[in-house]
Design a protein around this ligand. Structure first.
Ligand SMILES: [Zn+2]
Length: 434
């Protein structure tokens, strides 16, 4: 009788714990609806919906404060502000009351955001790609312990395809995302084609000069082969988006990015015809594409504080690829010299990650090659594999640990000191990026 009673109590406790866990699970999770729409007049809107009312919503990504100018609240009772402590942009009502929904009209033009992906990349045929991460918000604050998930939807005129990797619908698409970086969504006239031989799903702006388009498509197979020989293979079919938008204020350049298995290449300037006549345009393009390819194979192993690890490695891998196809040696020497100059003289931390990063990657490569012919690629092969198997709280430590296995403790120690010293020379630097 006594035993039965104990069992009964234990059972009661188990049920209570189960209910408490379920309650916590329900209440530690917040769902946000993000509805993006494009009208047939090419106006863009975003509307948010929240299950519980909020007095403020905070943006997940805050590279600058450009939403203040580029987002117009549909209902003038709302505004976008900047938190004086965290420097993050947020949405609130002027009267401070709670709300369940809010909507904005957007400015769908290309802007470069420092250290972040462009929100919109227009295509010259009326298409557009946009980055979902730009639109993620947290009810109240992103610092809360809640887990956030996002129900995205995109509405567009029926003439448009809405495309994500392996997903495509005419005029409308719905998908879910976690709090991770995000996706690039294509909205425009380009229908998904048959799978290309090289395995990439490609969305290429028709205005890009034929020579560049052909070059891009021609370079994908050898680039894929080059990286497949040296790095763990990609798990999913990648998507390549290449676009161009004209500018009338003299700005020109290109920017790329890799988000998950999507590679985005965007050129901007007065006209593409003008851009393509610039000296070393082909070499610059190849370097740029090879750099982004490296990121694709690095499979998201990025840490912004120690960006020299992946940016420097991507620069070095681009250099190695161009060497392997015997690209113009004067151009390659010039790129290395420019990195040396910038690494020696620049006070811009961002620039150091690329310039010094390339030189440090080359030094690490040389050391590893004493025993392993694939050099830095082999270190990255191990790094990507280990990171895919389990998550490490300090990926930088893992990187150095693997480097020690392939070189020596004294070499790694020396590298660590060189790197710390260079960043500590920066005028406003307080913390070493190691
Ligand atoms: Zn990069």
């Amino acid at each position: 009788m006594h035993k039965k009673f104990v069992l009964f109590i234990l059972l009661g406790c188990a049920i209570a714990i189960w209910f408490a866990a379920e309650w916590l699970r329900e209440n530690s999770h917040a769902q946000v609806q993000v509805q993006m729409s494009k009208t047939d007049k090419d106006e863009w809107f975003v509307a948010y919906g929240f299950d519980e009312s909020v007095t403020r919503v905070t943006f997940v990504r805050n590279p600058d404060h450009s939403r203040l100018e580029r987002w117009q609240a549909i209902d003038t009772d709302f505004y976008i502000g900047v938190d004086s402590e965290t420097n993050e942009e947020y949405i609130a009502r002027i009267d401070g009351l709670a709300f369940n929904s809010v909507a904005f009209q957007l400015e769908p033009t290309y802007v470069t955001l420092r250290k972040d992906y462009a929100p919109f990349s227009p295509f010259s045929d009326g298409g557009m790609s946009w980055f979902t991460g730009r639109f993620k918000v947290c009810p109240q604050s992103c610092a809360s312990a809640l887990r956030f998930s996002y129900d995205f939807s995109m509405e567009a005129p029926l003439s448009d395809f809405v495309r994500l990797p392996e997903q495509s619908e005419r005029g409308q698409l719905e998908w879910q995302e976690s709090a991770s970086d995000g996706h690039v969504v294509y909205v425009g006239p380009q229908a998904p084609g048959p799978t290309a031989e090289h395995g990439f799903e490609t969305i290429i702006d028709p205005i890009l000069p034929t020579s560049l388009k052909q070059r891009l498509l021609r370079d994908v197979p050898p680039l894929t082969a080059f990286f497949n020989q040296r790095m763990p293979h990609l798990e999913e079919r990648p998507m390549l988006l290449a676009s161009f938008s004209p500018t009338d204020d003299g700005r020109y350049g290109y920017q790329g990015g890799v988000i998950g298995n999507q590679m985005v290449l965007h050129w901007y300037g007065h006209s593409m015809a003008e851009r393509i006549t610039a000296p070393y345009f082909i070499e610059d393009t190849l370097w740029f594409v090879a750099h982004e390819f490296a990121h694709l194979y690095q499979s998201g192993q990025f840490n912004n504080e120690s960006a020299w690890i992946h940016e420097g490695a991507a620069e070095f891998m681009a250099l190695e690829y161009l060497r392997s196809i015997h690209a113009n040696s004067i151009y390659l020497a010039h790129r290395v010299r420019k990195a040396q100059e910038q690494c020696a003289n620049s006070n811009d931390k961002f620039e150091l990650h690329y310039a010094c990063g390339l030189l440090w990657a080359a030094a690490i490569d040389e050391q590893i090659k004493r025993e392993y012919p694939h050099g830095l690629f082999f270190l990255w092969y191990m790094y990507v594999r280990e990171m895919a198997e389990q998550s490490f709280p300090e990926p930088v430590d893992l990187y150095f640990e693997l480097m020690t296995q392939l070189t020596s403790e004294s070499f790694v120690q020396e590298m660590r000191e060189t790197i710390a010293q260079r960043f500590n020379q920066l005028p406003d630097e307080t913390a070493s990026p190691l």
